[in-house]
Design a binder for this molecule. Structure first.
Ligand SMILES: [Zn+2]
Length: 1097
């Protein structure tokens, strides 16, 4: 069996034509039901435990809507306590999962035969579609770094804190005290505009951004190219480029920020050296590497200044202190830019096994020629070590980030739907893998050998086809399942719960009508919006109207159900006050077709805000609300989604009642993990019931104070739902963000009642899963709902030796109910290469995916381990990965050199961003709810989302010509890249800032803000005025564009330089030292180098 596919002729369906010739292109509609056997998922992966639930007790109580309790002042603290919370920490997922062993095996086994890779200097980017590149190696000359053991860093306070964490006052989101954030701590503002290099070794460079400077070998190539310029000891100072004397800013006063931040100096490889103009300049303390340490012996060549680079291993010379040049270390911006330039112009054709796709930050089209698009599956490596020993040695996690229902750009075709009729999809008899392009037909086409388990299967007569002279079926290119990486099968009744075709799903809107929800204007806003939004429920194909039925519930301490049957003149309310034993008081008239019941629904939505306008009820229940929605779906025998709009900690007497257990004192203690764990197991039990029913829960939170996101989000995360959080919601400030999220959430295509299984060829198997789902066994990922934004990350381990020739195969099969109620299987196949040389592994890794996996691993780890342990494990693993490369793949070189694999040269900078993220190293302004919220959000993010979330995009707006229509090139996320004469946008997928330098030209201020001076700009502004000029249109257009790229609406915050809000903004300048003690990129790279050296010694 050999799955090494050569690129086949372009199949007829390689293009985005909607109809596949000869194949049933889904025409959706309700399926006829049939009564039957009670085996859920009979044919699929074996029986699923059915969560038996007692039938609801009868009884309907009618009561007045409001329970009229006095406003029990449940300490609804004033908003604004937490300004941070308003700045949209994103959202969602994953739940407490199984226990995680944080400590990974040290990769200590010697791996014998790995020869040293030839040191071939090579552009940062792989050749598109070509054969795997030869060894790409980056040597980072940290020769001058004085980080040998002589001076150990002061022991960091928490894992890896460089320097004492700036002591912050207790949480106070308002940043009223400029002392808190007002003065940038010393050491954080490195000299601006350093363009350091080694003129002797470098050829003049073409004009590219300064970021381009690292990692390109000099023309005068020796055997090893010092492509990273000599770093300097942090804490040493080094001169700025000539003519930008004011670059060294210690405590940035606006005037001190020179406009020279955007260095225009000759870029390219190691940037040109500028003579040190301020030789005596002492950079402020730079973390625990100590201020201005002198050069030390035994450390390769102390950075020798100009001409002697690389040839001066001799004794240290008394040099003026220097620092590691930020331009000389790997730049995310440059890597992204290079990949765009090299791989963005041609489509990515998936016909070749083991190809590394373009980066997620590159726009490219995909042509499916037998492997799943990287939009569906991305891997940490596309070349898997043949043996587990080798994998352990390298410590590179083998994982796939899978987004089964990913949305595609309009130019790419959705997966074709294949209908095999009553016999259903063809599968291997033994391992149950689905027919795919890698199955090998033999014996003239009468049998096929399974590419996963090697079992020989008979080809059913109706599927028989002759083979051509190459052994390929002559109809291979007429059948999606024989020639494409991704396709769908129509499922037969055997794949349906209870052997019965599903009913169309239902949406139930469940609205908190307690005092806070009414007072903030939320209820009125929501009801008004729903009137029009209900016309946009998801539908499939050319369906005229959505098949989805809707229902409505309002609640505080009790629940109100509404009968909105089309025959009624007015909606009817039924109150259930016995929340301890929830049941659904009505069946007929609760779930209805929107068009049929439009008049009654509109009337209801008009009445709800009025009915509760005078409520004084502040207490809410929560679990009974979900229970009620789930029971309603159960009674209607359908899957569906609950949309909960909730405001407060559910303290009313009821199942799932919670208490306020927030305690920031637990941070950095062994009990910190409890902050991430749910405070009761009741929600997990409830979630299991929901999953069994195919009841997905989306939660919109509007908290004014702690609501225990960690507990409230358990059900959403285990049911594949989403959580949205709008702290201190006020209609005037937050309605755009909320409505935008709501519209997108309601309209998005979603699969219900889903089960996902990942099969692999012999030798590896899926062992661990991350995401928003539930698992009742070790192989089946159960998803009450799955939408196009959610990913499931799967980790693989060896259970046997792999074979270079046959490679390794993954097949992800997702069984789900479409939003029209059709049962389908979506199949994604991916073939990977296998290697016996470590160098091949390191050449075919994808750092963005590695970071996605490592972040998820860490974020799940905090549920069970102290945060420090989690952080240390990350650092250790990263060091092991890089040390293994150094030891086995890089050519021999001075220990003083940091040598990074080309594909992983951003691993340190990105890992540092994960380590200093709010979950792993919270600042004082980050609340417990924020952390729980972000933790879940990240767990089901795709690779593009984690990429920008951990390393935000910073776009200068006034650098490029105003006429330019393209997005401005990003700059590195560091304060030293900001110039006070410019304006920047910063976004990370959840937050969006517009930073205005204090010396921005008056004309620019006028064009953008409609005021005449910087001082008149309102700090914290969230909407730019609509002005009729080019700049205003361009910036607003860019903002719209950025928002359109993200799955959640990013609220804009205008931040003025030196304003107190600037502290929020600086939190996202991730290359700098953070206020919470997170290391700067430069410091972290030094630290990582030290860790690697320790492993190697
Ligand atoms: Zn098989």
């Amino acid at each position: 069996m050999n799955v090494n596919q050569s690129a086949p002729p372009v199949p007829p369906f390689g293009q985005p034509q909607p109809i596949y010739p000869g194949y049933h292109q889904s025409s959706y509609g309700g399926q006829p039901g049939s009564t039957a056997a009670p085996t859920p998922y009979g044919a699929y992966n074996g029986p699923v435990p059915g969560y038996q639930h007692a039938p609801p007790p009868p009884g309907v109580s009618r009561a007045p809507p409001s329970s009229g309790a006095p406003p029990a002042s449940t300490a609804q603290g004033p908003c604004g306590q937490n300004a941070y919370g308003q700045f949209g920490q994103g959202d969602v997922q994953n739940g407490p999962s199984s226990t995680v062993q944080m400590q990974r095996l040290p990769g200590s086994q010697p791996f014998g035969s790995a020869p040293l890779a030839p040191v071939v200097s090579q552009p940062a980017v792989l050749q598109p579609y070509g054969p795997p590149p030869t060894s790409a190696q980056v040597t980072a000359q940290l020769a001058g770094m004085q980080i040998s053991g002589a001076v150990a860093p002061a022991s960091p306070p928490s894992g890896l804190g460089y320097g004492p964490p700036t002591s912050l006052a207790s949480a106070s989101g308002n940043f009223p005290n400029s002392g808190l954030y007002g003065s940038y701590p010393q050491g954080q503002a490195p000299p601006l505009g350093q363009t350091q290099g080694h003129p002797g070794a470098q050829p003049p460079q073409r004009s590219v951004p300064p970021q381009a400077s690292s990692f390109t070998p000099p023309a005068s190539g020796g055997p090893r190219m010092p492509s990273m310029t000599g770093p300097h000891l942090p804490g040493q100072s080094f001169g700025g480029p000539p003519g930008s004397q004011s670059n060294h800013v210690s405590s940035p006063s606006p005037q001190a920020l020179p406009s020279g931040t955007q260095m225009t100096g000759p870029p390219g490889p190691p940037p040109p050296m500028h003579s040190s103009q301020q030789p005596g300049y002492q950079l402020q303390q730079n973390g625990s590497f100590g201020p201005a340490r002198g050069p030390q012996p035994n450390y390769g060549s102390p950075y020798p200044g100009a001409a002697t680079f690389g040839s001066q291993p001799g004794p240290p010379q008394p040099l003026p202190p220097k620092r590691l040049d930020p331009d000389a270390i790997p730049s995310p911006i440059q890597v992204i830019e290079d990949d765009r330039n090299n791989r963005g112009s041609e489509p990515f054709v998936t016909g070749v096994r083991g190809q590394v796709p373009p980066l997620v930050t590159t726009n490219f089209l995909v042509k499916d020629q037998g492997n799943a698009s990287p939009r569906y599956i991305r891997c940490t490596s596309y070349n898997i070590p043949c043996t587990s020993d080798m994998a352990k040695q390298a410590q590179v996690p083998l994982a796939a980030v899978i987004k089964p229902l990913a949305r595609l750009p309009p130019e790419e075709a959705s997966p074709y739907v294949v209908d095999h009729g009553e016999s259903g999809p063809l599968r291997c008899n033994r391992c149950k893998a689905y027919m795919c392009p890698f199955m090998q037909f033999i014996e003239g086409g009468r049998r096929f050998q399974c590419c996963f388990c090697s079992c020989i299967n008979d080809v059913p007569p109706q599927y028989f086809q002759h083979l051509d002279h190459t052994g390929k079926r002559v109809d291979a290119y007429d059948r999606p399942e024989l020639s494409l990486g991704s396709y769908e099968f129509l499922a037969t009744v055997d794949y349906c719960k209870n052997n019965k075709f599903p009913s169309p799903p239902a949406f139930i809107f469940m609205i908190d009508v307690s005092y806070n929800a009414i007072r903030s204007g939320l209820v009125r806003l929501l009801c008004e919006e729903l009137k029009s939004l209900l016309d946009f429920l998801p539908r499939e194909g050319g369906a005229e109207e959505s098949a989805i039925r809707v229902g409505f519930v309002t609640y505080n301490k009790v629940l109100h159900f509404y009968n909105v049957k089309s025959s009624l003149a007015q909606p009817q309310m039924m109150v259930v006050s016995d929340v301890g034993d929830m049941f659904v008081p009505l069946l007929d008239g609760f779930l209805v077709n929107v068009n049929e019941s439009r008049a009654v629904i509109t009337s209801l939505l008009d009445q709800i805000p009025e009915m509760f306008a005078d409520t004084r009820e502040t207490e809410t229940v929560f679990a009974p609300v979900i229970q009620a929605g789930m029971e309603a779906l159960k009674a209607a025998e359908c899957a569906g989604k609950l949309f909960l709009f909730h405001t407060s900690l559910p303290i009313a007497e009821a199942p799932g009642k919670l208490k306020n257990r927030d305690d920031r004192k637990l941070i950095n203690t062994d009990k910190e993990k409890t902050l991430f764990q749910p405070q009761t197991g009741a929600y997990q039990t409830l979630a299991k019931e929901c999953v069994a029913q195919g009841c997905c829960v989306d939660l919109f939170l509007f908290p004014n104070q702690y609501v225990d996101v960690a507990t409230l989000s358990v059900v959403p995360q285990l049911t594949g739902g989403s959580v949205y959080k709008y702290a201190c919601f006020q209609v005037e400030n937050d309605q755009e963000r909320f409505l935008s999220d709501l519209r997108r959430d309601v309209q998005k295509v979603i699969g219900f009642d889903a089960v996902m299984r990942v099969r692999t060829s012999t030798g590896i198997r899926a062992v661990d899963f991350f995401g928003a789902f539930y698992m009742s066994n070790t192989t089946d990922v159960e998803l009450a709902g799955l939408d196009g934004d959610k990913t499931v990350t799967v980790e693989f381990k060896h259970d046997d030796r792999l074979n270079e020739e046959s490679g390794a195969l993954l097949q992800c099969a997702l069984l789900y109910t479409s939003c029209a109620g059709q049962r389908r299987l979506r199949i994604h196949n991916l073939a990977l290469n296998c290697c016996t040389q470590l160098a091949d592994l390191y050449r075919n890794c994808e750092t963005d995916t590695l970071i996605n996996y490592m972040a998820k691993f860490a974020y799940r780890g905090v549920l069970n381990s102290p945060v420090k342990t989690v952080r240390d494990a990350l650092i250790t693993q990263c060091a092991q990965i890089l040390a293994c490369y150094r030891k086995n793949c890089a050519s021999p070189s001075s220990a003083g050199q940091l040598i990074l694999p080309e594909c992983m040269k951003l691993l340190p900078v990105y890992l540092n961003c994960v380590l200093k993220s709010d979950v792993l190293q919270p600042g004082a302004e980050v609340t417990t709810d924020d952390r729980a919220y972000v933790r879940q959000l990240v767990i089901s993010m795709d690779v593009a989302e984690t990429n920008v979330f951990f390393y935000p995009r910073l776009l200068p707006l006034t650098k490029s010509p105003i006429e330019s229509t393209t997005e401005p090139p990003a700059v590195r996320a560091s304060e030293e890249r900001l110039s006070n004469g410019d304006i920047y946008l910063l976004e990370n997928g959840l937050n969006l800032f517009l930073w205005v330098g204090a010396s921005v030209q008056q004309g620019v201020v006028q064009s953008l803000f409609g005021v005449s001076s910087f001082s008149q700009i309102t700090s914290g502004l969230s909407v730019l005025p609509v002005l009729d000029n080019l700049l205003s249109k361009k910036v607003r257009g860019l903002i719209d564009n950025l928002r359109a790229q993200r799955s959640r609406y990013m609220k804009l915050i205008v931040v003025k330089q030196e304003d107190k809000l600037e502290m929020l903004f600086k939190h996202f300048l991730v290359e700098d030292k953070s206020l919470s003690g997170g290391a700067s990129y430069v410091d972290f790279l030094c630290h990582m180098h030290k860790e690697i050296r320790q492993l190697l010694s």
